[in-house]
Design a protein around this ligand. Structure first.
Ligand code: SF4
Length: 362
């Protein structure tokens, strides 16, 4: 399914160094009718563009990065394969809106440089396992129908037994699947939410049914999937909304088909609240009881978070999930209060999720 708003991309900007790259050629062949603008040598791209503009950039930074976690909370140790920034979808709570100052959709078109850096890391550390993903600074698949980036990446990763790639999305595009070398090293992942949140706060996305149907298709093809409730939103009747989604999850996938499942409460830098207030005046979940956490981000008061986590985790556990559950950026106290153990009891969160990703423990 192609998200409807992808049709709204109306301009491509390209750096001279990547104008003839395979990726640029593919984009051109898929969007032949669009206006193309070449950036002048050493020139800057305006920050004023919106998400209808796609910028194919020759990226000079690091492609393989650590997730920008914080030492104050338990971080999952995920490594980001940085393939671009921003997202054509439009969720009111999107943290990228406060993280990046501009809205242009950026894709790093110098894939050869990306591959060179990844190869140096993956071959240079053969004894180390890498749990990597592309869904941190962008949605992994939202531009797939135009760029084919994930298809290229899964193809490249066939050679690396020590790497497990998560493709996290809110849309459905399984075109990468036939390029995957082995199904146990790719983890298709979907962010889910309560029914009402999907309806009122997410735009341009696939429905919950479509996301879960895609998860079922992947499981049927031998892949394990990852699911995420992040951000969990506190709104009137949230219990009903999350219970309904959880019930549905187990109609589509079996617990053993899920590698891991994260729970993360709505949080963000203070600018995010101002952004939501201005752009989504009906999104009143931001007027809840928030505090500023140790990382400077606003987050729901701990008792409220724990209450939501308990409700959701209990239902997921009743469905058969246990070792798959983890919290994104929470303290030991919250782990203990909700699950009765801390990441240390699992051998450390990073190790635990590596084991889950690589399918070493059921
Ligand atoms: S899908 Fe993810 S990255 Fe895209 S707008 Fe929604 S929250 Fe942001």
């Amino acid at each position: 399914m192609m998200p409807e708003n992808l049709c709204k991309i109306n301009k491509i900007i390209v750096d001279p160094g990547v104008k003839d790259s395979p990726l640029a050629k593919r984009v051109k062949s898929r969007l032949p009718e669009l206006e193309w603008e070449m950036v002048e040598e050493g020139g800057q791209v305006s920050m004023d563009h919106d998400r209808t503009v796609l910028y194919l950039k020759e990226y000079k930074g690091r492609f393989l990065r650590f997730c920008p976690g914080t030492k104050h909370y338990r971080c999952c140790g995920y490594r980001i394969i940085h393939i671009g920034e921003n997202c054509p979808l439009n969720c009111s709570y999107c943290i990228l809106k406060a993280y990046f100052k501009d809205r242009t959709l950026k894709v790093w078109a110098n894939q050869e440089d990306l591959y060179r850096e990844l190869e140096a890391n993956f071959l240079g550390n053969p004894g180390r396992r890498f749990r990597v993903g592309t869904g941190e600074f962008a949605d992994s698949l939202a531009l797939e129908s135009i760029t084919g980036y994930s298809r290229d990446l899964v193809s490249f990763l066939k050679e690396y037994d020590n790497v497990c790639l998560e493709l996290k999305s809110k849309i459905v595009d399984l075109s990468w699947m036939k390029r995957a070398g082995r199904s146990d090293r790719i983890l298709p992942a979907w962010s889910l939410n309560a029914f009402d949140v999907v309806k009122t706060e997410e735009r341009g996305v696939a429905s919950l049914e479509e996301r879960l149907m895609a998860a079922r298709t992947c499981a049927g093809n031998g892949f394990r999937v990852c699911l995420h409730f992040d951000p969990i939103i506190c709104y009137p009747e949230w219990e009903k909304g999350y219970a309904k989604t959880i019930e549905m999850i187990f109609d589509y996938v079996r617990p053993e088909e899920i590698a891991y499942f994260s729970l993360g409460s709505f949080r963000g830098m203070p600018e995010l609240k101002a952004f939501i207030e201005k752009n989504w005046p009906d999104s009143d979940y931001i007027y809840n009881e928030f505090i500023t956490g140790l990382d400077g981000k606003m987050r729901l008061l701990r008792p409220l978070r724990v209450n939501q986590f308990r409700f959701i985790a209990d239902r997921l556990k009743r469905g058969g999930l246990e070792r798959q559950l983890y919290f994104c950026m929470e303290s030991d106290e919250v782990w203990q209060a909700v699950l009765g153990y801390t990441p240390r009891d699992l051998g450390g969160l990073q190790n635990h999720l590596l084991e889950q990703a690589f399918g070493e423990k059921a």
